[in-house]
Design a protein around this ligand. Structure first.
Ligand code: IPM
Ligand code: MG
Length: 353
């Protein structure tokens, strides 16, 4: 079981270190870890945010564990040298077109949500976001000067791209097995792209008559997620809308330090689906290297990795239960109003495995 570990910048290395220790504590046979540079640290060492060597390591593994990228030292660089390009490049190069972002309020942490506790309690959404298409990867450019200076980014989706992400959403809904409900989010009242999207989602739904499919405009979805989250099971959406809605959903949870994510494609390894796993929080340079970060989101990303890339549901659940238990026992990082350090939290989770 080969795993590429790409800690990246800021708090990335410390949270990744704790997550790896949790993984190693499971004592799985044949685990081999490879390290690679990514983001600002890679720019400083190799002159680019995603060196070829890192990409080669990632491609040769069964899964990638990713920390975070982003470094204030790199803010003034040209776009193609900025740390964010590493993450976009990895998604594209590794064919990771499906991003799974669970947003769920942990029991006992309802008070951290900006929503009223009775609403927060019902929030348990899986956002399935398309990750390698849309306006992110379309033709883009600038022309002209002064008031005539114009920028453009082309938005497009092919029916084929929509079909494959829609299938992931339906499969995910089935695997979650609590609410057989998929809400597809688009802007079909305005965008041609969204009309193709909607038709392709409908076609992809045909083999799943028992899953309740509905369509919602993105502006309404933003309102509904915080006013009536209970209606959602899986939200299926494109790259740009998914970027925005997944931040909205995680803010509604109220504890960004607890949310993992998975990015997967179609490539199968001998253990499962190849994927990249990362906490949804960023590199938090202001607290980097101070043992103040909460590693739980990265630890939970390891659980997602075991589930999707290694077919190890039992071990995934063990990690998730250990995190829940640590939270229930009052282990809290600074992000949750507590004072436990990164290493201390990692140890607490391992003790509860
Ligand atoms: C995310 C991030 C990225 C995105 C950035 C860093 C390019 O916001 O993973 O949601 O927009 O996809
Ligand atoms: Mg984002």
């Amino acid at each position: 079981m080969k795993i590429a570990v790409l800690p990246g910048d800021g708090i990335g290395p410390e949270v990744t270190r704790e997550a790896v220790k949790v993984l190693e504590a499971l004592d799985l046979p044949g685990l081999i870890l490879f390290d690679g540079d990514v983001g600002g640290i890679a720019y400083k060492r190799h002159g680019m945010p995603l060196p070829q060597e890192t990409l080669t390591i990632a491609k040769s593994c069964d899964a990638v564990l990713f920390g975070a990228v982003g470094d204030p030292d790199c803010d003034a660089l040209d776009r193609h040298l900025r740390p964010e390009q590493a993450i976009l490049g990895l998604r594209k190069e590794l064919g990771l077109f499906a991003n799974l972002r669970p947003a769920k309020v942990f029991e006992g942490l309802e008070h951290l949500s900006p929503l009223r506790p009775e609403i927060a309690k019902s929030l348990d959404i899986m956002i399935v976001r398309e990750l390698t298409g849309d306006v992110y990867f379309g033709d883009k450019g600038q022309r002209g000067e002064g008031d005539a200076r114009t920028g453009w980014d082309m938005m497009s989706y092919s029916a084929e791209e929509v079909r494959r992400i829609a299938h992931v959403a339906f499969r995910t809904s089935r695997a979650r097995n609590n609410k057989l409900r998929v809400t597809s989010v688009d802007k079909a009242n305005v965008l041609e792209t969204s009309q193709v999207w909607r038709d392709a989602v409908r076609a992809a739904a045909e083999p799943h008559p028992d899953i309740e499919l509905s369509h919602m405009y993105v502006d309404n979805a933003a309102m509904q997620i915080i006013s009536n989250p209970d209606q959602f099971g899986v939200i299926l959406t494109g790259n740009l809308f998914g970027d925005i809605l997944s931040d909205l959903a995680s803010a509604a949870v109220g504890s960004i330090g607890l949310l993992p994510s998975a990015s997967v494609g179609e490539r199968q390894t001998e253990y499962g689906t190849f994927g990249m796993y990362e906490p949804i929080h960023g590199s938090a340079p202001d607290i980097a290297g101070q043992d103040k970060a909460n590693p739980m989101a990265t630890v939970l990303s390891v659980a997602m990795m075991l589930r999707h890339s290694f077919g190890r549901e039992a071990e995934a659940v063990r990690i998730e239960k250990a995190v829940e238990k640590a939270l229930a026992d009052g282990i809290r990082g600074g992000d949750l109003g507590g004072s436990h350090g990164c290493e201390e939290i990692g140890t607490a989770v391992r003790e509860r495995l």
